[in-house]
Design a protein around this ligand. Structure first.
Ligand code: G6P
Length: 369
């Protein structure tokens, strides 16, 4: 009903705008000692498991699988544990090598996805320590795992996941920091810096949401498109996958996410006036490289919507449309970047007259195979 939507036309928009609060709730009580320590009981209750872990395997489906890709990168760079990501549906039938030194992390908003549940049952049988990252309290996956961390973002009604995704990435960041703290793979200074950046997230999200009007205007230009390409690198390669998924789920426009440098191995052949490219290009170490990707798209007549860090002077000159986000540490940028990506998909879908909260053929949680 209208009341439940809190004055918003759709649950999806309400949930997008809830993110300053949902991320605040997700972090609350977990950054302690004046922002110098991360406290997650799932980790502090089982220190030996994490100190002796030889590998982390993350299993998930859909949007949660995209969060997993970001998580694996965080675990490797911050906690220095080899990490791999598997589709739960593939993992369960692959006779996977799983040992008691492995930690299997299951990410699931609903906690009810059949493939993810089956994957963790198998992992447990093979002796792994199984950790859950769920939203729904006491869901099947939350109960089946040895321990875990709830994302605590509140109920998500819109079928296309928004606030659960940013909550998942936030929890995975805190997990990586907590394990890094335990294994001494991160310095006190770096940990404190990251903890403060996390505390700042709600404010940065609020600021980023101000792009809404701009994005609404921009969206009207792109309702004609039949195909979209999304490009990103590093931590934002999964953002490109997730941005593309959001658009196809609710607007029925075909969209593909690619690591920017892979464009030359295929998707570049598709670029023409009819195919817009969304380039996720916050300022980072590989900024020069992504600028040249934008030039390659432009040289083939494609139009570019670029997401850049405020202060970028180069990309606004060459891209057709630029969306500015506030500066944020690279590994947290997927959280901020997802705001304009969610809004772009939302507005294009609304303008096309699609049912954004209940897209055709999709279910909020897939409890059958
Ligand atoms: C369905 C939903 C997606 C979700 C996926 C995994 O496909 O439509 O939004 O990402 O399931 O769901 P889970 O609850 O396990 O995160």
């Amino acid at each position: 009903s209208q009341l439940e939507k809190g004055g918003y036309p759709h649950f999806m928009l309400k949930e997008i705008f809830e993110q300053p609060n949902s991320i605040y709730d997700c972090i609350r009580g977990r950054i302690v000692n004046n922002g110098t320590e991360i406290k997650l009981s799932g980790i502090t209750d089982h220190p030996d498991r994490f100190i002796n872990a030889s590998r982390i395997i993350i299993v998930a489906c859909g949007t949660s699988w995209h969060a997993a890709l970001i998580g694996a990168r965080l675990f490797e760079s911050i906690a220095r544990i080899p990490a791999q990501v598997e589709y739960a549906s593939e993992f369960r039938y692959s006779n996977p090598i799983v040992t008691p030194q492995d930690i299997v992390i299951a990410i699931s908003q609903s906690g009810e996805t059949a493939d993810t549940l089956a994957a963790i049952k198998l992992a447990k049988e093979r002796g792994a320590f199984v950790y859950g990252v769920c939203n729904v309290v006491s869901s099947s996956i939350a109960r089946e795992t040895d321990t875990g961390t709830y994302i605590h973002v509140g109920p998500e009604i819109g079928v296309a996941s928004t606030k659960a995704f940013t909550g998942q990435v936030t929890v995975l960041t805190m997990l990586a920091l907590a394990i890094g703290q335990l294994r001494c793979t991160i310095s006190k200074e770096k940990l404190t810096e990251m903890a403060h950046a996390l505390i700042n997230l709600p404010e940065l999200i609020k600021e980023t949401l101000k792009l809404n009007k701009n994005i609404e205007r921009l969206s009207s230009i792109f309702t004609y498109a039949h195909n979209f390409l999304y490009l990103g690198r590093g931590y934002n390669y999964p953002s490109a996958l997730e941005g593309a998924l959001k658009l196809k789920e609710i607007s029925y426009i075909h969209a593909e996410g690619y690591p920017a440098a892979e464009m030359k191995h295929g998707p570049i052949a598709l670029i023409d006036r009819e195919m817009p490219t969304v380039v996720i290009a916050p300022t980072d170490e590989l900024h020069e490289k992504i600028i040249s990707n934008i030039q390659q798209v432009k040289a083939r007549g494609g139009s570019v919507i670029a997401i850049v860090t405020r202060g970028d002077e180069t990309i606004p000159e060459i891209a057709d449309h630029t969306l500015e986000i506030p500066p944020v540490p690279e590994c947290l940028s997927p959280i901020i970047v997802s705001i304009p990506l969610q809004l772009l998909a939302y507005h294009i879908a609304v303008m096309k007259g699609c049912n954004v909260d209940m897209p055709r053929n999709l279910a909020k949680s897939v409890t059958v195979e």
